[in-house]
Design a protein around this ligand. Sequence first.
Ligand code: FAD
Length: 593
Amino acid sequence: MAKAQAVQNHEYEAVIVGAGGAGLYAALEASHACRTAVISKLHPLRSHTGAAQGGIGAALGNLEEDRPEWHAFDTIKGGDYLVDQQAATILAEDAVRAVYDLENRGLPFSRTPEGRIDQRRFGGHTRNMGEAAVRRSCYAADRTGHMILQTLYQQCIKNEVSFFDEFYVLDLLLQGHKVAGLVALELASGAIHVFRSKAVLFATGGFGQMYRTTSNAFANTGDGPALLLRKGLPLEDMEFFQFHPTGILGMGILITEGVRGEGGVLRNKKGERFMERYAPTLLDLAPRDMVSRAIIEEIRAGNGIRGDRKIDDYVHLDATHLGKEVIEAKLPDIADFCRTYQGIDPAEGPIPVQPTAHYAMGGIPTDNDGQVLADGGGVGEGAKPHTLVEGLYAAGECACVSVHGANRLGTNSLVDLVVYGRRAGQHIARFVKEAEAAPAGKDPAGEARALMERLFDGKKGPHGGHIRQEMRELMMERVGIYRTGEEMEVAVRDLQALRERYAQVRAQDKSARFNTDLLELLELGNLLDLSLATAASAANRTESRGAHAREDFPERDDGEWLKHTMLWLEDGKTRIGYRPVDVSRWEPKPRAY
Ligand SMILES: Cc1cc2nc3c(=O)[nH]c(=O)nc-3n(C[C@H](O)[C@H](O)[C@H](O)COP(=O)(O)OP(=O)(O)OC[C@H]3O[C@@H](n4cnc5c(N)ncnc54)[C@H](O)[C@@H]3O)c2cc1C
C-alpha cells in the first residue's frame, strides 16, 4: 500500500481543499496573485454544489422592490438571532454584486420576458422585514448549483489554477499557530503527497452523512472540520443542523423549496394546508426549521398521510395546480426525480415528502475574511481579540462565519460560498505577499503514514459499515428535529462507544489503487467525531433556538444562551466554551411569521 511508495513533494503559495462553489471562488481570487492549487477528493464538477437546485438569494429587485437591508434582516431573524449581524450585512450587500459577477462570467440564469435575471420566492425571504414573501432567489431552472460550478471551474482553468483531482487530504501541517502545508493521498495510486504552502483554505462542504435520511451525497463527510478538530482547533455551533422539510419519502433526496416558491403547497391527509396554523403570514414559505417541526406535529397528531403517528410517516407536497408547462420550464429536474424515484408526475399527483437532514449551520469558526479562529474571542469594543491560525482559512458549508446562526434560509448557502469564498481568496492573495513560508518539519508525512500503517497492520477488527449504520440511526433517532437532554446524553455515550470500536477497525482491502474501503474508513472516522461534536454541543444548550428544538427546554433563552458554542476535542473528550454573538444592528425579538 501507500507506505511502500516514496512521498511526492509540491510547493504552492496557496492550497485550496475542495472544489465546490466556495473552494473554486477562493481559488479564482487567490490565483490572480499567486500559484494556487486545488485539491479535491472528487472531480470538481462532482462537488455537491452541483446538486443545489432552487437558487441564490440577492436583493436585485428585478420583479418587485427589494433591499439588501431586508435580506440581512431576514437572514438574522431566520437564524433566530444567533447570526453575527455585520457578517450578515456583508452577505446581503455583496450578494447583489456576486450575482451580477456570476452573470458576467457566463452563468445562464433563467430570465424574465424582458431579459432580466428572473427571481422567485423562497422560505423566510420577505418584503420590508416580514410583510410578505418577496421574489429574491435568482435561479437557473432547478440547476443553479450545477451552473455555478461549471462557470467557476471554467474560470479557474482559464486562470491556470492547478487541479489535483481525486486526492484525499489526510493531514494539515502546522507549526504552532502557523500553516506549513498539508498531506494528501492520491486515490488513483495510493501515493502520499506533501504540499508545502503559506496558506491553506478548507472548503470541504457539509456532513449530512451523519444522519440516516439526508439530502447530502455520500462524499459529504466533513473531512475538513474533523481534521481541524483533531488538530486541537475548535468547532462552532455544531448543535445546529438543518432538516429540510421536503425530502422524497424514504430516500431523503431533495425536492427544492423552489417548488413552494413557485406556489406548491403542503397538505396533510385531510387535504388541509396545515401551514396556515403554524405560520399564518408566510405559510409554506416559513423558514425550514418551522416547516419541518410543523410536519412532525402533523404526523404526531395522526394527520400524516398514513395517519399511524409513526415518525417515518409523511405529508404531501402539492404542485399539481402549477401545471405541466411551469413545472417543466422551472423545475425540470424535480419533475424527473419524481418520475424516477416515485413514479409520479408532479403535474398530476402530489409528491410524498418528509424532512431530510440537509445543512450544517456550524463548522470551522472564521472571521469575515475566512481566517480560522483558534479560540472564542469576541466582537465589538473592548472584546478579547481572536487568536488566528496564520495562513489557515475556511469557507462554504464547512465554515461558520456565522451568517446562518441557528437556522439557514434557503438560497443563502450559495451566497455564502461566493461572497465569503471570494473574500477568503482575496485575503489569501494579500497574505501570501507578506508571509514567510513556515518549515514543514523533518518528516511532514509522518502522521499520515502512521495512520495508514495502523489501518493496514493486518489485524482483524470490527466492520466499519456496521458502525456507520449505527451512527446514522442513532443521530436520526436521538439528535434529530426534536431533542431531549436524556436522549442526547445517551447519544454522546453511544457515540463514544462507537469511536472506541472504530479505533479497532482495519482496512479489509489491501490494494493501493482506488481503495474505496480505505476511503470510507477515513470518512467514517470524521463522521464519528463530528457526530460527537454535534450531540455534545446539543446536549449542552438548554434552550430551543432555530433548528435546535428541545422538548425539555421549549423556549429561547437570550439571557443565558445568546452566545455561540465553541467545542474542542481533547484526549478524546469534548470541552465546551463560548463566543459572543454580534447583535449590533437589530435587537433579538420573538420570531413569528
Ligand atoms: C440537494 C441540495 C440542494 C441545495 N440547494 C441549494 C440552493 O438552491 N441554494 C442554496 O443556497 N443552497 C443549496 N444547497 C446547499 C448548498 O448547495 C451547499 O451548502 C453548498 O453547495 C456547499 O458548497 P461547498 O463549496 O461548501 O462544498 P461542496 O460543493 O460540497 O464541495 C466540497 C468539496 O470538498 C472536497 N473535499 C471534501 N473532503 C475532502 C478531502 N478530505 N480531501 C480533498 N477534498 C475534499 C470535495 O471533493 C468537494 O470538491 C443545497 C444542498 C443540497 C444537498
